[in-house]
Design a protein. Sequence first.
Length: 320
Amino acid sequence: MPIKPHSANQSILPVAVASCLVALGLTLVPTTMTDSIRAAVHDATLPGHHLLAFARLQIYAAKDSLTSADDSQQRIAALESQLRNSQQRYRRVKIETGLLQEQLILASQNGVSPYRPTPSDPLIVPELLQANVLGEETGRLWQGGALIERGTSDGIRESTLVLEDNRTLVDQGADKGLAAGQPVYSGRNVVGKIAIVGRWTSTVCPVTDPKFRGMAQLARSSGNRLLFGPQAILEGCGERLCRLKLIPATEPVSVGDEVYTSQRDAALPYPLYYGKVVSAEIQPGALHWEIRVEPAVKRIDAPTVQILTRKLNPLRQISN
C-alpha cells in the first residue's frame, strides 16, 4: 500500500485551525474568567504544534527517500507505522482542544466562581491492567486442559464458561480482581469488554459482537472545530460494523464523524476512540438516526491489551 505524504498534512490543518478558534473565543470572555482556561489551552496546544512541525519534516524526508531509492517493503511499513502514530497523537490534540472548547462555552454561559475552590482527591481512581492475548494455539491448549498439569484433584480448575467460550482469551482473571463488563483497550482504541472471568483467564467480547454495549459520544466537525455531540449507545452488529443508537434526528451527523467513549463517566482524563461513521440515515418519521460505525480495531491482533479497572483512591483511605 503506497504512502500518501499529503494525508498527514490534511489532518494537521483542522487541528491548527481549531486551536486558533479556541484562542479567538477566549478573547470574547472577560479576562477574570479565562486566565485558567488560557493557560490550559496553551499547555494543550503547544505540544501539538511541535508534533505538527516534526510530522512535516518526517513526511518530506519520507517522500525524498522513496523517490531516490528502492521502495523497500520494510521501509514502507516502518514509515506507515510512523504516520499512524503521528495521526494518533494529532487525534489526542484534537480531543484536548475540543474539551477545552467545552470548558470555554461553560465559562461563557455560567461564569467563574468568585471563590477559589479547594483542590480535592477523587474517590475513585482508574487503573489500567495489562494482559497478554493468548494466541489460538495456546488458547486451545488452555481450554482443552492440557496446560493445567496438576489436574482438578488439587483444585486447579478454570471456569467452565471460559473453557467453553471461543472468543479472544487473555491471561488475567479473578486472581487480579477482574469483573465482567470492564472495558478493554488497545492503545487509544476501544476493542471490547471483558465477557467472562475465570480464575486466571478471561474472554473478551469485541466491539463488533452483538452482545457488546458501550456508552459513546459523537464528535463532529463544524467548519474546522471539533464538537462533541450527545451521548449515545454503541452496540455490535455481529459483522465488521457497529451501530450507534439514540442520536436524535435533530442532531447533525455526517459520514466521517468520529465516535469516542462518553465523557459523562470520565474514568480516564480524555475519551478513547471507537471508530468513524460510515453511514447515517433517517427514515421518514423516525426520531433517531440509523448510524453505522467502522471500529478502529475489528480484530484483536496486538500481543497485549489494557483492561480498565477502578478502585478507591488510597489517598482518601489514608485521610480517614
